[in-house]
Design a protein around this ligand. Structure first.
Ligand code: ADP
Length: 506
């Protein structure tokens, strides 16, 4: 029996046409399932007829969170195309790299990204149709929707067809496109539904970026699978988020954020009197929340459903049951319904409870590979289909997982991953940098921020400001180091590799 893929929005439009599906907060647009389905249909036709997008093609998105992004993702799927939502924080050379890698037929962007989109396409050097979206009635996209009606081509959807490609940086220094298939998405929806009690009556807040699994797959796509409602915030704003999740009339039931989001909200004066009692599920993940943060919210009655996940696992891989949040504080919980985890040594042998090893995961939510990178895909797995997460973790006697360290050379700044190799690569493009190394150092606001150590050529006259400005031109701002230290030499081990743990962190 071959499994078939169904269109969730179309199904709910038949079963509950008047049920609210989406509220786009910035534009205050609200769509029921029937309305959303109509817009997805028109968007699919627009893609097919006007943009020349057909099955297997890619489209790329460059915009802050908005309902148009959700429509385009589902519209692409409707005609068998693949959506690539890109990180809007990226600098032009980074966007150009991704466009070159996934070769989209069209790039949809909002007006604040017009320049970046055009410059990136120019750098890529091939024709990509540019479409302006999300700016109300006059924009190209809305005009396209109005003009598009008729029948869509018949498309056979395979269970294993890619649904989206999400780029994650990595140990290679260059972003890799993690494929998220329809099947992964379906099992992820089931995992979240069970772990986080998502029903057609649920109302979730989407505040994390839709180009990350945190925004797209927790809890937005599971809510659309269940026929529930999503409120979409364009970007994080602590005050707006706190108001939304505490206002009983808004009726929010589910909210997810990275630790920084919750830290910022807890620092607002309004936090003291905030009441979270009506919320069914408050999730935190993407980076390790401190126990102090978990306790601050516990005192307000919020038992965080602390989850661990990765792009490559379509979002949550483990999640702590709410009733265990305090008893197992610091744990990111148990493997969710349709995955299996273990702690292993370097050869993949299972380690006993209490011992620290690499967290491995397998199951139908784990990626089937990186876009056009068979070697990187093969390297990411151990025999038996175990995906190597690069996270150091332990499991206790009751099966609860704890992330204790990161073995991959990566740090997390405000919920965004930064791979030092990528930053070092940018630094080496600056004249006068003889050798460099980048590490993450603790930061009260962002969790971690980058620090660059540079051995400079004597004549170069490099300064901290010059180095940071160079990085900001080449890279997304969150990747640019916040401080620079000039050294006469970097510490090395016997094979000549920089021993990063010997670099000063204070
Ligand atoms: P996400 O959108 O979940 O951040 P990424 O692929 O960008 O996905 O990053 C995944 C990495 O983030 C994990 O491998 C891990 O290092 C870190 N991470 C995610 N959740 C947690 C958590 N709860 N505690 C500690 N680290 C986490």
């Amino acid at each position: 029996m071959s499994l078939m893929a169904f269109d969730w929005i179309a199904k709910h439009a038949e079963a509950q046409p008047d049920a609210p599906a989406i509220h786009d907060l910035l534009s205050d647009r609200r769509y029921t399932y029937a309305e959303l389905n109509d817009r997805v249909d028109r968007a699919a036709l627009f893609l097919y007829e006007r943009c020349g997008v057909s099955q297997g093609d890619r489209i790329a998105l460059l915009m802050h969170n908005c309902s148009d992004m959700v429509e385009l993702i589902f519209a692409a799927w409707r005609i068998g195309a693949i959506c690539v939502p890109m990180n809007w924080r990226l600098a032009v050379p980074e966007i150009a790299y991704i466009i070159g890698d996934c070769q989209p037929k069209a790039l949809f962007h909002t007006s604040e990204f017009t320049e970046n989109a055009a410059a990136a396409v120019k750098q890529y050097g091939q024709h990509v149709m540019l479409v302006e979206a999300a700016d109300g009635q006059k924009c190209h996209y809305e005009g396209g929707l109005r003009a598009s009606y008729g029948n869509l081509p018949e498309v056979e959807h395979g269970f294993e067809d890619p649904w989206v490609i999400l780029y994650t940086s990595g140990t290679t220094g260059r972003p890799k496109g993690a494929q998220i298939t329809y099947a992964m998405q379906l099992f992820n929806a089931v995992n979240c539904m069970v772990a986080n009690r998502i029903t057609p009556k649920s109302h979730g807040l989407c505040v994390l970026p839709l180009f990350h699994v945190g925004g797209l797959c927790v809890y937005l796509s599971p809510l659309l699978h269940a026929g529930g409602m999503n409120t979409i915030m364009d970007q994080f704003d602590a005050k707006v988020m706190l108001n939304l999740i505490t206002d009983r009339e808004v009726g929010m039931t589910h909210a997810l954020g990275v630790p920084t989001n919750f830290l910022f909200m807890s620092q607002l004066p309004e936090f003291k009197d905030a009441n979270f009692d009506h919320l069914e599920c408050v999730g935190v993940g993407g980076a390790a929340p401190s126990n102090a943060l978990l306790e601050t919210y516990a005192r307000k009655g919020v038992l965080f459903e602390h989850a661990w996940g990765m792009t490559e696992t379509s979002s949550i891989g483990t999640s702590i049951p709410k009733h265990m949040a305090l008893e197992k504080i610091g744990s990111c919980g148990l493997p969710v319904l349709h995955v299996e985890c273990k702690i292993a040594d370097e050869d993949g042998n299972t380690l006993p409870p209490g011992e620290v090893g690499e967290l491995l995961i397998r199951g139908p939510t784990v990626t089937n590979g990186y876009w056009k990178l068979p070697e990187a895909t093969a390297q990411a797995f151990l025999p038996g289909g175990w995906f190597k997460t690069g996270d150091a973790a332990r499991v206790d006697e009751d099966g609860y997982y704890y992330i204790v360290d990161r073995w991959k050379d990566m740090y997390i700044s405000g919920g965004e991953n930064v791979y030092p190799l990528e930053v070092e690569d940018a630094l080496y493009r600056l004249n006068g940098v003889a050798e460099c190394a980048v590490i993450g150092v603790p930061d009260e606001r962002w969790g971690e921020v980058g620090r660059a150590f540079i051995v400079a050529e004597a004549s170069a006259g490099l300064t901290e400001a010059r180095v940071i400005a160079h990085c900001q031109e080449q890279l997304a701002r969150y990747k640019a180091p916040k401080s620079v230290r000039f050294l006469d030499e970097l510490p090395h081990n016997a094979t000549g590799k920089v021993t990063k743990h010997l670099l000063p962190r204070d």
